[in-house]
Design a protein around this ligand. Sequence first.
Ligand code: ADP
Ligand code: NI
Length: 217
Amino acid sequence: MNERDIIQKTTDHVRGLLSGEGSGHDWFHVQRVCRLALRIGREERADLYIVELAALLHDVADWKFAGGDHEAGSHAARRWLHSLDVPPDVTDHVCDIIACLSFKGAGVETPMRSLEGQCVQDADRLDALGAIGIARAFAYGGHKGRLLYDPTIPPQPHASFEAYKKNTGPTINHFYEKLLLLKDRLNTITAGRLAAERHAFMESYLQQFLAEWNGEL
Ligand code: ADP
Ligand code: NI
């Protein structure tokens, strides 16, 4: 099978798996991440085949939905790529990217070894920012039965992946625990440029949210 066919089959596979997903990790999230990752990858001169395959497969079995198993995603991707006879060097590279991709807590570093992985990680993080990022945070919070906000529960600077995984705080806390930190944790200059406006939009959203909450607006 040639590279185009592998991308096409993988696209159909992931669309089928994630189409109706209701927590913000649906097929359209994957499609947006693919587009952004390819855009960043073009500017950064990455191998676009690896970028597209990893972006397509990055959320097929996220630890957040696989009982906390953070290797479920790379294992599911490996099984799929194996079934298409994708060469081992490509499979290893894509699975390595997927294993390293996720945010794991404010105090936990998530280094990405390859340029291709850096592009996909940046694209995934950009989709957690801005107007779409806000929508996804509340979709995820609703899916998990979280409160919108509770002023008596302060945000936690999670020092370990274990602590981050156990977190059940309100969704507004997630902005302080993750979303507002992302702009300084991007790998590429291209993504940094795209993040600035999304970050500013979230800051003004939070200001408005808290002003309305306090009856000031
Ligand atoms: P990552 O693998 O880095 O978590 P994902 O593509 O899986 O990235 O998406 C994370 C999305 O899930 C983000 O948009 C984020 O807002 C949402 N999310 C994750 N944890 C929480 C949480 N505790 N509260 C609200 N939203 C969350
Ligand atoms: Ni994602």
